[in-house]
Design a protein around this ligand. Structure first.
Ligand code: SAH
Length: 372
């Protein structure tokens, strides 16, 4: 987002820093913003102050950016909206999770809305200090083309890819709710199918919002060819791969868009990623009660991943309306985890947060879409 011009603007306009008409602040590159600020009567360095306020502090009200001249604040407020999306819904859960449904400009007839979830917690940092901050879960696409039968996000198909600034906007809205300690790109959509925009957005998040590489996790269904091309570039995030089952025929059904892609190729791509980046992979397995949570599944998962420096996150299925799948009992989940551990794997259970207020995995957006 910081370098590419808006559609319709010639490269020369972008090089000169001319602002595309009607663009919001987050959609402008740094030179474009500087030019716009000068047009509105400010100095180029005021642009840096504005970006710092928005990105580092989550300040969404120009009136409170008191290091800017009052006249400039007024012109900015009147003429340069910061965000391009609209908050359609917000829900709060007892565990302080906040879920936002954000609508972005439509694409033809398709409604374009995504979910962003802010989950405050107390983290213990590497030096043993307690860090107060939230984990933000962001979306990369409105809808999703992968079609996993247990997931609410794909039920309406893909509307469109999000622009880089729309991904950044989710971070800014999240930051406005409170400081961010970590981020997971595990909201709606498949990150590797909108990689250029995601990568441009994460550059901004790293450089101007202060979230380091180890604090950002991107979750993917794991396209081996794409991963193999990306690994040598050492992308600045942790990688999680949604594996879900060690059985090929089952994965072909659980992750339809990956039908026919051998599980072994995905694990090999994971190995190559680790070798090239030095960062361990997390394999995610959704646990569907009575389905992929049997002792045999645990055994085969151990056989598949044994000996690798990686970890496994077990995600008990979070029930979605009208789904044929069931959530396994806590005992069954623990048995599965213990079996992996017994086999030498590092396995952690991740219960979804915000379940009681529709703040888990795609549910709120689906409800809002059903209503409108
Ligand atoms: N497309 C990417 C990222 C989005 S999904 C991917 O598949 O990894 C992020 C994670 O949420 C995935 O592991 C997915 O399997 C999980 N998930 C989706 N629906 C869920 C549900 N109903 N309950 C629990 N986890 C779910």
């Amino acid at each position: 987002m910081s370098t590419s011009p808006e559609p319709g603007a010639s490269p020369n306009d972008a090089e000169r820093g001319a602002a595309p008409a009607g663009a919001t602040l987050l959609a402008l590159s740094k030179p474009e913003l500087a030019a716009r600020v000068v047009e509105l009567g400010g100095k180029p360095f005021h642009a840096r102050i504005v970006r710092e306020n928005v990105l580092a502090k989550g300040e969404l009200d120009y009136a409170r950016m008191t290091s800017l001249p009052a006249a400039l604040r007024e012109r900015l407020a009147a003429e340069l909206p910061i965000l391009s999306g609209t908050e359609l819904a917000r829900s709060h859960a007892l565990d302080k999770t906040t879920k936002l449904v954000i609508e972005f400009p439509r694409d033809g007839k398709r409604e374009v809305s995504v979910e962003t979830v802010h989950m405050p917690s107390l983290w213990v940092g590497g030096d043993g200090d307690a860090i107060q901050g939230a984990t933000l879960c962001v979306s990369t696409q409105a809808g999703c083309p992968i079609g996993c039968p247990f997931c609410a996000s794909g039920q309406l198909g893909l509307a469109r890819n999000l622009a880089a600034h729309e991904i950044v906007e989710q971070y800014v809205r999240g930051r406005a709710l409170g400081p961010l300690a970590r981020s997971v790109v595990m909201g709606m959509g498949e990150p590797l199918l909108n990689y250029e925009n995601l990568s441009a957005a994460l550059d901004v998040v790293h450089d101007e919002m202060g979230l380091g590489s180890r604090k950002i996790t991107v979750s993917t269904v794991g396209f081996p060819d794409r991963l193999n091309k990306l690994a040598p570039k050492k992308p600045r995030f942790q990688l999680a791969i949604s594996l879900h089952t060690p059985v090929q025929e089952e994965r072909d059904v659980l992750v339809p868009a990956m039908k026919g892609v051998p599980i072994e190729d995905i694990v090999s791509a994971g190995d190559f990623w680790f070798a090239a980046t030095g960062r361990e992979i997390t394999y995610e397995v959704i646990l569907l009660g009575g389905d992929n949570d049997t002792p045999l599944h645990a055994e085969r998962l151990v056989a598949l991943l044994r000996g690798r420096r990686c970890s496994v996150n077990l995600i008990p299925f979070n029930p979605v309306a009208e789904s044929p799948f069931r959530r396994p009992s806590p005992e069954r989940v623990e048995d599965f985890r213990a079996a992996l551990e017994h086999g030498g794997l590092v396995a952690t259970v991740r219960w979804s947060r915000g379940v009681e207020s529709d703040a888990a995995c795609g549910q709120l957006r689906l409800r809002v879409a059903g209503r409108t």
